[in-house]
Design a protein around this ligand. Structure first.
Ligand code: DHB
Length: 367
């Protein structure tokens, strides 16, 4: 039989609907990587098929099925939200097609198929250091406010577990994922008078949250804003204004990360996309393509089981810092940084001031 000369990567993302910001960041990160490295890998042509699922799980699944059956894709990639990644997992298993999750963050996703690996992060991984920091910095009482689905519940549990163990007191609130109105929840927060408000909302929703936070006077209330870094994602952060100053978050990527790799990444991203600032979603897409390219180099262009096996244990220097793929869990191992929102040269940044190195997903590490 003649060897296949084209390698097809199906990139499925929300490119319309309320989660478009996530899809666009991931897509532009992936495209930048291909622009820099060219589309020849192991002597074959890599073809990227970009598909919009509108952020709807049924559409993701239908699209993945079509890409597997009709396009014979070698890799499925993207997955802007947890339900979209989970809906595709059984198809990856059945077709033995590696599924590279570039955005979604619920811990269990990598357990949904032996063909799943991830270049984004897990919420418990990003959140536990936040609870440590809060407990060690005079915060005694916290209200958590999270989107009511996988990653929000993961972050709520991760924070509450570590924080209460350290002697802290916590009250948990959950807000719907779709079209959230934060006002009634913020009223409850005002009544509870905590030292800090812990927030998880997916990338892009931080702008709407911050608007209501300011409308209710929270920026002048003395209640500290904390959380994993999704709420102050680098794309929307600049639009938040001074109300965001001083927010403390823990996360795996800041556009302000001080390294030569990140400087080059940000410069190239902005050159390719003049009106965009890359956030952690863009880095997930960029690194996801890196993992696919390097995996294919190791297999001489073979997909399937060989490719997912080749990805296990891979390590490299990402714009975010050193990363690796845990060979047991196929999940990403990475530094988590503690950051504070500051204004520099007229722009708002999540400025990193402490590093917790090589953090594994704590949920799977505990099993
Ligand atoms: C998920 C989506 C996000 O936009 C984010 O910032 C974190 C997690 C998710 O659905 O898994």
């Amino acid at each position: 039989a003649q060897a296949q000369e084209t390698i097809k990567v199906g990139l499925i993302l929300p490119l319309t609907g309320p989660f478009t910001a996530i899809g666009r960041q991931v897509e532009m990160g992936a495209r930048l990587y291909m622009q820099q490295k060219g589309n020849t890998v192991s002597g074959k042509t890599l073809e990227l098929l970009v598909k919009d699922d509108g952020g709807v799980a049924d559409a993701t699944k239908r699209t993945a099925q079509d890409l597997i059956v009709n396009e014979k894709v070698n890799v499925l990639a993207g997955f802007g939200l947890t339900p979209l990644a989970l809906a595709t997992a059984p198809l990856a298993t059945q077709a033995k097609v590696p599924q590279v999750v570039m955005a979604a963050g619920t811990a269990t996703i990598t357990e949904a198929s032996p063909f799943i690996t991830r270049t984004s992060f897990t919420l418990p991984q990003a959140t536990e250091p936040m609870a440590d920091w809060a407990a060690k910095n005079g915060i005694k009482k916290v209200v958590t406010l999270v989107s009511d689905y996988g990653p929000g519940i993961d972050s709520e549990k991760a924070f509450s577990g570590v924080f209460t163990k350290a002697g802290g007191q916590v009250e948990n609130l959950r807000v719907p994922l779709a079209n959230p109105d934060f006002s009634p929840f913020l009223q409850k927060v005002a009544d509870a008078k905590p030292d800090a408000l812990f927030v998880f909302v997916p990338a892009g929703q931080g702008a709407q949250f911050m608007k209501q936070f300011v409308e209710r006077g929270f920026d002048k209330s003395g209640i500290k804003l904390i959380g994993p870094g999704d709420v102050t994602d680098d794309e929307v952060l600049n639009g938040m204004g001074d109300a965001a100053l001083g927010a403390i978050t823990t996360h795996h990527y800041s556009v302000a990360h001080d390294s030569p790799e990140n400087k080059a990444f940000v410069e190239a991203f902005k050159k390719a996309n003049p009106n965009m600032r890359p956030n952690f979603m863009a880095v997930g897409g960029y690194d996801g393509m890196h993992l696919i390219y390097e995996g294919l180099k190791k297999t001489n262009g073979q997909g399937g089981q060989a490719l997912i096996d080749a990805m296990k244990g891979m390590s490299w220097t990402s714009p975010r810092g050193p990363v690796s793929i845990d060979p047991q869990t196929r999940d990403i191992v990475q530094n988590i940084y503690v950051r504070k929102v500051e204004r520099k040269d007229g722009e708002l940044y999540n400025v990193e001031f402490a590093t917790i190195p090589n953090v594994k997903d704590p949920v799977k590490a505990a099993k």
